[in-house]
Each structure stands twice: as structure tokens, then as C-alpha cells.
Design a protein around this ligand. Structure first.
Ligand code: HEC
Length: 172
């Protein structure tokens, strides 16, 4: 190999092969980095109409709940790192599965934010929508969320008060 001068083309080809091998090795190696895709039963969801429930579950729950339906790419690094990071951050701010454990003020504040962030198309995140077209919000969905959000003061008392186990059956 080395003692005969290699042509430019062959050298480029050899580098390309080495680079491909290296990249493959890296991609295989990073699969062993542990990723925590957690899920668990929460304290209880918002005591809202079943229509609001349906929209939140369809468009928000994959990130803002502990009932995430992990997509197939959430099992392949490095995409898995991005997905899990988004979900962790989203749950920290707003976790609908733990709604019943939130205090009244936090619920009212979060519920108030839902209308503006959806009306302004900030949520669901746009790249999530490209991969989950079923999460797209129709004008009717937006209006339903907007009304629920505007009515935030009607939120029942927090975890310390009543309504510890709200359910869809008690929809208003
Ligand atoms: C793909 C994951 C994902 C989906 C789906 C999603 N969110 Fe978020 N959400 C986030 C992340 C991550 C944040 C943290 C702040 C940020 O990055 O903007 C966030 C933040 C928020 C906040 C806090 C205010 C803010 O903008 O920081 C609200 C309210 C919110 N989301 C509501 C919703 C609602 C309502 C839905 C469904 C219609 C939804 N989100 C769908 C990931 C998501």
C-alpha cells in the first residue's frame, strides 16, 4: 500500500472509508449512554370537559405528562437525548398527570398560560407537529382551549383543598 504513491482519488476513498467506519463506531457507542425514559401514574389530571381532556392528551401529553408515548426515535441516540430533554423540561414546568397535586395558584397560572401559548402557535412545539400531525390544533380546538384558559379562575381548590381525584366523568 504505502510504498507505491497512491493517486488522489484512492486517497480520498481511503479517508472516506475511515471516516465512515469511525462515524459508525461513534453511532454504535453512543447507544450505550443511559437515557432515562420514565413514565408513571400521576396524581390526577385537570377536572375539565372531556373535549379539553381530549385535546390536551392528543397535543400536549407526550411532553407535559408522565404518560408519554415514546416514539421509536426516542430509543435511538442522539435523537433520544433531544426527546428526553424536551420531555423532562416540559414536565418540570407543567405536568398534567400531577395536576391534582398542584396548589390552586399554580393551576390557575398554568391554565391561564395555555390559551396564549396555543393561540400563538408556540405549543405544541413545531418540530413535534411535523412528526405528529395528529397533534395539530384546529380552530375549534384552539377556541376550546382558549375558553378553558380564560375561565382559569373557576379552577377547583388545590391539593390541600377538595377535588383530590378529578376525573373525566365529572366534566363540566
Ligand atoms: C414536544 C414536546 C412538547 C409538546 C408536545 C408541548 N409542549 Fe409545552 N413545553 C415544552 C417544553 C420543552 C417547554 C419548556 C419551555 C420551552 O422550551 O419553550 C414547554 C413549555 C410550556 C409552557 C410554559 C410556558 C412557556 O412557553 O415556556 C406551557 C404553558 C406549555 N408548554 C403548554 C403546552 C400545551 C398547552 C401543549 C399542548 C397544546 C404543549 N405545551 C405541548 C414541550 C412541549
Amino acid at each position: 500500500m504505502g510504498w507505491v504513491p497512491v493517486g488522489h482519488k484512492r486517497r480520498v476513498k481511503r479517508y472516506a472509508t475511515i471516516a465512515t467506519l469511525f462515524l459508525t463506531l461513534v453511532l454504535v457507542a453512543i447507544q450505550f449512554v443511559p437515557v432515562r425514559r420514565t413514565n408513571r401514574l400521576g396524581a390526577g389530571y385537570p377536572d375539565s370537559s372531556s373535549e379539553v381532556q381530549w385535546i390536551l392528551r392528543r397535543a400536549c401529553y407526550d411532553c407535559h405528562s408522565t404518560e408519554t408515548r415514546w416514539p421509536i426515535w426516542a430509543y435511538v441516540a442522539p435523537m433520544s437525548w433531544l426527546v428526553v430533554r424536551d420531555v423532562d423540561r416540559a414536565r418540570e414546568i407543567l405536568n398534567f398527570s400531577d395536576w391534582a397535586a398542584y396548589g390552586h395558584r399554580r393551576r390557575v397560572a398554568l391554565r391561564t398560560m395555555v390559551g396564549p401559548v396555543t393561540a400563538g402557535h408556540r405549543m405544541p412545539l413545531w418540530y413535534y407537529l411535523t412528526l405528529h400531525p395528529d397533534a395539530r390544533l384546529s380552530d375549534r380546538d384552539l377556541a376550546t382551549l382558549e375558553a378553558w384558559s380564560r375561565d382559569a379562575a373557576a379552577e377547583p381548590p388545590g391539593a390541600d383543598g377538595s377535588s383530590a381525584d378529578p376525573g373525566v366523568s365529572r366534566s363540566r
